[in-house]
Ligand binder design. Structure first.
Ligand code: AMP
Length: 283
């Protein structure tokens, strides 16, 4: 595995592999089994795997955890090496000190859910992912379904900018008790770690109610909020939306309906999502 810090050097190295299939797995590091599952997916689908580790300042708000975001680089590099990653791209910085003059914004999709609580976050995500795709020019790039809104925004950006890359989605990797894996889980105290399992329990309850015929999303959401309160938590948001358009759904019908949750435990913000109803099969 080669560890590379310069974009131009990575391009130079990759020039020798352009006749092979190249996959990119963009991350912010502090790798866990969720990231590793993305790497496995990439290895299955491509000959050459590039993992990027970059804590992107553009996607952090003023009061967020940019300065404290965990950066265990040596351990991350060891894991990438063990997983057979070919190139680990670890830029010290990607933009001029004043930041990029050109930024991207994916309208509408970026406004609700996390976008409503993290102003500018998805502009930062779209800008850096576009930049990484331009640097690496991969045949495919793998993203986790855990960040479903991000995945939807990236799909739309790739579509609208006609970027020559396949966006591959990887399922959510979870701890044994259902908690979605996240680099931020390490911030949780023992008590918060126990409380955190309720996020997935809320989603499972909504899924079960939906399976039993409940179609009113208001009913699902009220019951979900109730369960959260029993565990001493409040949702930042708990919503049901069309998983492609991210439009709110009030009655579950033919549309592919997905539940989204975000909650704060102390200073740590966690998100999770699950499908409630797949789209109706076409005849
Ligand atoms: P991050 O390092 O948090 O920016 O995440 C990098 C990539 O890993 C993104 O595509 C995330 O959606 C994905 N990811 C993070 N956590 C998980 C998880 N638990 N399961 C699957 N993918 C994940």
């Amino acid at each position: 595995m080669k560890v590379i810090e310069e974009a131009s050097w990575l391009r130079h190295e990759l020039a020798a592999f352009r006749h092979e299939r190249i996959a990119l797995v963009p991350t912010m590091g502090c790798l866990h089994e969720g990231h590793i599952s993305l790497i496995h997916q990439a290895k299955k689908l491509a000959d050459v795997v590039v993992v990027s580790i970059y804590v992107n300042p553009l996607q952090f708000g003023a009061n967020e955890d940019l300065a404290h975001y965990p950066r265990p680089f040596a351990e991350d590099a060891r894991r990438c090496q063990a997983e057979g990653v070919n190139f680990l791209f670890h830029p010290t910085k990607l933009y001029d000190d004043a930041g990029p003059a050109v930024t991207l914004r994916v309208a509408a999709l970026a406004d609700g859910l996390c976008g409503a609580h993290r102003s500018g976050h998805f502009d930062g995500v779209a800008t850096v992912v576009n930049l990484l795709l331009n640097i690496v020019q991969p045949d495919l790039a793998v993203f986790g379904e855990k960040d479903w809104q991000q995945l939807t925004i990236i799909r739309r950006m790739v579509h609208d900018l006609c970027l020559p890359v396949d966006v591959v989605a990887a399922p959510i990797a979870r701890e044994a008790d259902g908690l979605a894996m996240s680099s931020r889980n390490r911030y949780l105290s023992t008590t918060q770690r126990q409380q955190a399992t309720v996020l997935n329990q809320v989603l499972c309850q909504m899924h079960a109610q939906c399976q039993h015929g409940e179609q009113q999303t208001g009913v699902l959401i009220d019951a979900g909020r109730c369960l959260l309160h029993q565990h001493g938590l409040d949702a930042e948001y708990l919503e049901v939306r069309d998983e492609n358009t991210l439009q709110a759904i009030t009655t579950i019908g033919q549309q592919p309906a997905r539940a989204f949750i975000a909650a704060r435990l102390g200073n740590t913000r966690l998100i999770d999502t699950t499908i409630l109803r797949e789209s109706a099969p076409c005849n």
